[in-house]
Design a protein around this ligand. Structure first.
Ligand code: ADE
Ligand code: ZN
Length: 337
């Protein structure tokens, strides 16, 4: 039998939870910083060797590194590089998250145009098919959230797949009511809706995401495992959970044995596996993330393929793309017998 690494390298992959802000190579940011007459706080190689103590620290650092990108063409290059890097490791389709609050130098309309062009260029030269969601921060107001959704509608491109929300729920407390109208409107407009919940919030954050934000998918969702009735609901409704094991072990679970990946798989939850913040996790590849998950939760190869199928089914893509992804996975499975 081929090694696990060979198997994972060959497997067609789909990724739904990766922040574009956390994919920017230090060397590229160094070039961008110099154009502004600035310099990075550390050498490009060490840029991400920082000690983010917690999620809030980490989010503040994201603001800082995004400020080195001074022109929309530079963001376009970041998106193109991401699409190419995905293709190099066999990712067929990826949905990146971009949070406009980290990018005060650009308007949401500029962000949408820059990312669309970068992903178009990447795919045109052999990169992965990429789409993106725009993400609200938990600290924004109801009016800001509604304004973002209306801009998304006005500047819509085929690569703009949906609305998401991230940030530190532990600091803001419940915000479901504040963002209900924006998420409802996004749904009316046909955008996908995905919500960071069950990471810095517990089961109550997951319930809010489902009941008030009408989430189609959950980013993380792992702390739902603290409430058996909620897990039963997630399984019954087959709500996709975009789990990020390495990120969770770095930021969330001091005791790794408490991470519920194995329990969620055994319960029949719709789990996908993702990187979240690759540059901060040692330039983590999706292939390596899957290897770690396989190792951590003793996942079988069939389970690993099933997670990719779950991601293909949960993607905010058109039906032709979904069928292409599922066909590639079926063809891959047939090479194994
Ligand atoms: N933004 C980037 N990474 C994040 C995470 N892990 N949780 C919340 N917001 C984020
Ligand atoms: Zn995330």
């Amino acid at each position: 039998m081929e090694s696990l690494t060979q198997f994972l390298t060959r497997m067609p992959k789909v990724e739904l939870h990766v922040h574009l802000e956390s994919t920017m190579p230090g060397e590229l940011l160094d070039q961008f910083a110099r154009r502004q007459g600035r310099s990075l706080p550390r050498s490009p190689q060490d840029l991400y060797r920082c000690s983010a103590e917690d999620l809030s620290d980490f989010l503040a650092f994201l603001d800082r590194i995004c400020s080195y990108v001074g022109r929309p063409e530079e963001l376009t290059l970041v998106a193109e590089r991401f699409s190419l890097a995905c293709a190099r490791e066999g990712i067929l389709y990826a949905e990146a998250i971009l949070n406009p609050t980290h990018w005060s130098q650009f308007s949401p309309a500029q962000l949408i145009a820059a990312l669309t062009e970068g992903f178009d260029r990447g795919q045109a030269v052999g990169g992965a098919q990429c789409a993106f969601t725009l993400s609200l921060s938990r600290t924004q107001t109801e009016a800001e959230a509604l304004r973002l959704v209306e801009t998304m509608a006005a500047c819509r491109t085929p690569r703009l797949a949906g609305l998401s929300i991230d940030g530190n729920e532990a600091l803001t407390g419940p915000t479901g009511r504040r963002f209900h109208a924006a998420f409802h409107r996004a749904g009316q407009l046909g955008f996908g809706r995905t919500v960071h919940a069950g990471e810095s919030s517990g089961p109550e954050g997951v319930r809010e995401a489902l009941d008030l934000l009408e989430a189609d998918r959950l980013d993380h969702g792992v702390r739902a495992a603290e409430d058996p009735a909620l897990v039963e609901r997630l399984v019954r409704q087959q709500i996709p959970l975009n789990v990020c094991l390495s990120s969770n072990l770095a930021l969330l679970y001091r005791d790794p044995t408490r991470h519920p990946l194995r329990r969620l798989l055994d319960a029949g939850a719709a789990v996908t596996l993702n990187r979240d913040d690759p540059t901060f996790l040692g330039d983590l590849t999706l292939t390596e993330e899957l290897r770690r998950a396989a190792d951590f939760a003793a996942m079988t190869r069939e389970e690993l393929i099933r997670c990719q199928e779950t991601a293909a089914r949960a993607a905010f893509c058109d039906e032709a793309t979904r069928a292409r992804l599922l066909r590639a996975l079926t063809a891959f499975r047939q090479t194994l017998v």
